[in-house]
Design a protein around this ligand. Structure first.
Ligand code: PLP
Length: 365
């Protein structure tokens, strides 16, 4: 048995009929850029997320930096974010001359709110929670901190679509929320893609213009802008896959239950919370990130069994990447990065494959 960490060819084979039908229609219409499928996808995404506006953009990274730009943050401002995130989060801020300030993590691997409180300065203008691994932060507590300190919230919900806190979807809590449709994401396209959601109509208009060379809906130039359009074929694929997203999430949660039931007795492994264990959180398991003893040897053992695993972000949190010059002392994140590991978690996995991963882990410990 082989269990690749992520089986990319299977991603197409699994939904082939759905995808082929959609692409055939789109290509025969010659509908490639800013066409109906994009508009329709944006409408469906608004409904799904429960937001007033959704805007498709070229990728999840653009979604973040366009949002920061549209919110009017300026060089010298500081934005708080967790160090346990993809390099895209600080990069989006850095390229605007804004300073990313890194925050430690807590037991669920998301941003630690106690540490966040300590990092607020007179330059802090925004906080960027990262809804990591398909889990939404306690947004009541974050909102309180943001309100008290007059900070805006821009959510990096690249991994969070479908995940909820107290019934409200990741991405909808702040002034803007961003998603990524990278193929391995819970809702993935077959290339790059991203979106921004917001309830602020003024901000939406600005973002609409920034996305397409500064042009408004009538085609008039209103400002400098960029080309960061979500292409229409990818939008078509996303439209087809959004229809089945809830089933995909259900399957991810089933797999999380299998891992949890089989592995929770092992004190060597700290697992993510079981689905529905905490009533405020609806987790979608974009990733299944464990924190385990003897991680590197477990990883090698699993590799010898043809089970693919990865350490998120190539094994380094942002503050640990020398070239980025953001070194700071974050003890909990340092500790987590000695033990964190992503087990295979996606909807191309069969139950037999999941059982095989479990057996291989049990054999190791
Ligand atoms: C995937 C991801 C992004 C970036 O998305 P792209 O579409 O690859 O640009 C940003 N932040 C986080 C947390 C991600 O996981």
């Amino acid at each position: 048995m082989k269990v690749p960490f992520f089986d990319y060819p299977q991603l197409y084979k699994k939904d082939k009929l759905l995808i082929d039908e959609k692409l055939d229609l789109i290509m025969n219409r010659g509908a490639f850029i800013l066409q109906n499928d994009l508009v329709e996808f944006e409408k469906k995404l608004e409904e799904y997320a429960g937001a007033k506006h959704a805007l498709g953009v070229a990728n999840g990274t653009d979604a973040i930096w366009l949002s920061v730009m549209a919110c009017g943050l300026k060089p010298g401002d500081e934005v708080l974010m967790p160090s346990h995130t993809y390099v895209a989060t600080p990069a989006a801020v850095n390229f605007l001359g804004i300073t990313p300030i890194l925050v430690d993590c807590s037991d669920d691997h998301l941003m630690c709110l106690d540490d966040l409180n300590k990092k607020i300065s007179s330059h802090t203008k925004a906080v960027m929670p990262v809804q990591l691994n398909g889990r939404t932060l306690n947004m009541d507590q974050l909102n309180d901190i943001a309100t008290k300190n007059d900070l805006i919230i821009i959510e990096d919900a690249a991994q969070g679509l479908g995940s909820k806190f107290k019934g409200k979807m990741a991405g909808t809590f702040g002034i803007a929320g961003t998603y990524s449709f990278y193929p391995a994401k819970t809702l993935g396209c077959f290339g790059d893609g991203g979106a921004i959601i917001t309830n602020d109509t003024g901000l939406y208009k600005t973002l609409y213009e920034l996305r397409d060379h500064g042009r408004d809906e009538a085609g008039n130039y209103k400002r400098w802008g960029l080309n960061s359009r979500l292409d229409n074929m990818q939008a078509g694929i996303l439209l087809a896959k959004l229809e089945i997203l809830d089933n995909e999430i259900k399957r991810r949660r089933e797999i999380a239950n299998l891992y949890h039931d089989a592995l929770s007795a092992f004190k060597e492994i700290k697992l993510p919370p079981k689905p529905d264990e905490e009533s405020a959180h609806f987790d979608t398991f974009q990733n299944y990130e464990i924190d385990c003893n003897d991680r590197d040897n477990l990883k090698s053992h699993l590799a010898s069994k043809d089970v693919g695993t990865i350490i998120q972000w190539g094994g380094k949190a942002i503050h640990q990447i020398k070239a980025l010059n953001l070194h700071t002392i974050l003890p909990k994140t340092d500790k987590l990065f000695e033990g964190c590991l992503l087990l295979p978690m996606n909807t191309t996995l069969t139950n037999q494959q999941v059982e095989y991963v479990i057996d291989s882990i049990i054999e190791f410990y």
